[in-house]
Design a protein around this ligand. Sequence first.
Ligand code: PEP
Length: 234
Amino acid sequence: MKIIAGNWKMNGSRDALSNMITALRDVDTENTIILCVPYTMLGVESDRVHMGAQDVSAHDHGAFTGEISANMISDTGAKYVIVGHSERRAYHNETNDIVRQKATMALSNGLTPIICVGETMDEKQAGKTMEIIESGVRESVPTDATGNIIIAYEPRWAIGAGLTPTDTEIATAHKLIADTLTSMGLGGTPVLYGASVKGSNAAQIMSIPNVDGVLVGGASLKPDDFIPIITSVK
Ligand code: PEP
């Protein structure tokens, strides 16, 4: 059983979400399906799909105009929230420290944070991939996390680019993440792979050791693209 999570980013509509949920109703799978959608689309109930947000405030409540707290996300019935996505790190200067604060907020409000880590192209070319991944995990995961977390390894240079690392590169990264989590007392934490996953490469990627599922951006927007990913593995 794998975890298949979609990240709609700033796309879609409530109608589109309703169509997706209807389309997923009859899909024959035991995989866990999560859809992380814009805040305005949360509140939808489904037996099949678990709902999630894409970011959360590092603050509990108060004068933070425009921000959404973990408690508010939880209040919609959502169970997950992505933290530290590449686009948040790039466009909103989110550091591992901020990501850890957000993950802590998520955990203390009953949400499972999907904590993203991964290297940029510059970091890859500088030979720093392993260092960035390990520090990303050590610094972004709350020290007192009790296991109710998910990690997503997303090589930042491959997101939305139609590029994927080699199977060996994915295997090496996921082994490092699994070992790092074990050394932090969090062995067994699911680790997803994300970046340019589609129906044609999903099964192969999820056959790599320590890949417990996928985080899917563009290919999660339409049932015709998303369902083949979900059904590509048992
Ligand atoms: C993402 O942004 O989390 C992602 C995986 O995007 P894509 O699948 O479009 O590369």
